[in-house]
Design a protein. Sequence first.
Length: 90
Amino acid sequence: MIKEILHNSRLDEGLSSLLSVAAEYAEIYLLAKNRLKGCDGMGELTTITEEFRDAVDKVIKYCKEKDYPSGDSLYDIDCAAKELSVTVKE
């Protein structure tokens, strides 16, 4: 999913901006998740998870509006975070 979106973001400034925001949320999500292991029901982690999910959903919605391939709209939040985190560091 992320590789297809990344390819299109190189040519689309709007998508690039949304992807950058999603990548920032991915970093925050992964840090919080690792720090708060065993606290999945805690409010802070739940809020961060929802904010990250919203950022990814905006990227997917934008891709659909522009007819870009965006993969499956049903995604695993942890996999998406890891892919975005690795992609941004490259």
